[in-house]
Design a protein around this ligand. Structure first.
Ligand code: COI
Length: 352
């Protein structure tokens, strides 16, 4: 257990919890009663506090609004059958936040601060952790530049917030995706591996075009040749070709997904052949044509294990097999580990 730092805790006078409809929770639209806030100034994180969830007041010249010096994370807490609060791999998120911070010139956030802030916030808002199947409490830590300055340099002040939302599924059904070969999400030497705001903003226009064509999401290809599969923006991608599970190696342009890492760990533990290798669009199309592609799915915190039902490329749609035993097995195993219903061999679950 991480030692708890001292925070000021100011509780809401009127909880909104009675308004929560746990049978119908849309993703990312309902926020718990409180949030954690810390301020970075003069080279230190200070003013640590938990306060009622609410709007912030920022300058119109706020550096983040103009230049997107902002990083975030996403993780989930679950309520076990015995009532415990279980958080899935929070230390991995704390560490990745600092990887993003280095790339974006954001100050490092001590892991102890991340863990204590999250722990205290979850204790205060424990009533918001839903326990129905397919639900969880999504935790969103974010750090953003707070200088009011219309000039380009790293900000000298930052805010670190954590807020939480009870959520249901991000994708409620298997998704239809299009291989994108015109627009680029990330390039070598860029910020694709960082969980930073601009990556998501840049993906919107191509994603909206694909949605107009009837797809839910894009499969991004490498920015240089558009010949190799990368990730989907909301999730990493994995393909079962023959008996081998293949995913793109992480690097400059691909997020080092925590769910991706869990999937690879489980698959290896089950004795499967696993390759972290570049998969070309040509190889993928050929595997779909010959029927060697057995399954394709995404892996992400919000998306969990998101099965893919159709892949579009160059005006042609390829329907994938409707039987998807591997992704179903992975989904079930992860779901059980997260809720403390299956042995946690790798120490992934953090009990509050
Ligand atoms: C997550 O999976 O936590 C993300 O941040 C992705 C976003 C699409 C919600």
């Amino acid at each position: 257990m991480t030692e708890t730092l001292a925070f000021e805790i100011k509780k809401t006078k009127q909880s909104r919890l009675p308004e929560l409809d746990t049978d119908n929770i849309p993703f990312g639209k309902v926020y718990s009663d409180h949030m954690f806030v810390a301020e970075y100034k003069n080279g230190e994180w200070n003013d640590l506090r938990i306060e009622p969830y609410g709007n912030l007041s920022i300058s119109p010249a706020n550096a983040t609004l103009h230049y997107a010096q902002s990083i975030f994370e996403g993780l989930k807490a679950y309520r076990s059958k015995s009532g415990d609060i279980l958080v899935f791999r929070p230390q991995a998120n704390a560490q990745r936040l600092n990887v993003s911070a280095s790339r974006m010139c954001v100050p490092q956030l001590p892991e102890e601060l991340f863990m204590s802030a999250m722990t205290e916030l979850l204790k205060v808002d424990s009533g918001w952790i839903p326990d129905k199947d397919g639900t969880s409490l999504y935790i969103r830590p974010v750090i953003f530049a707070d200088d009011p300055y219309v000039g380009i340099r790293p900000s000298e002040t930052y805010k670190f917030l954590i807020f939480t939302c009870p959520v249901g599924a991000y994708y409620s059904e298997p998704v239809s995706v299009k291989i994108e070969t015109k627009y680029t999400r990330a390039v070598a030497g860029g910020v694709g591996y960082a969980k930073t705001a601009g990556n998501y903003a840049a993906s919107l226009f191509p994603a909206v075009q694909a949605q107009k064509e009837g797809y839910d999401q894009l499969i991004w290809t490498d920015g240089q040749t558009h010949e190799f599969i990368e990730e989907a923006g909301t999730m990493n991608l994995l393909f079962l070709i023959g008996d081998t599970l293949i995913t793109a190696p992480t690097g400059d342009s691909i997020l080092n997904g925590i769910t991706r890492n869990c999937v690879l760990t489980l698959a290896r533990d089950w004795g499967m052949k696993v390759k972290e290798e570049r998969l070309s669009v040509k190889e993928l199309i050929s595997a779909m044509e010959t029927g060697e592609l057995k399954e394709a799915f995404g892996a992400g915190t919000a998306a969990t294990i998101a099965q893919i039902r159709r892949i579009g490329y160059a005006g042609k749609d390829y329907e994938l097999p409707k039987e998807r035993p591997l992704s179903q097995k992975l989904f079930n195993a992860l779901d059980k580990i997260k809720k403390g219903e299956q042995e946690d061999k790798w120490g992934w679950v953090y009990k509050i």
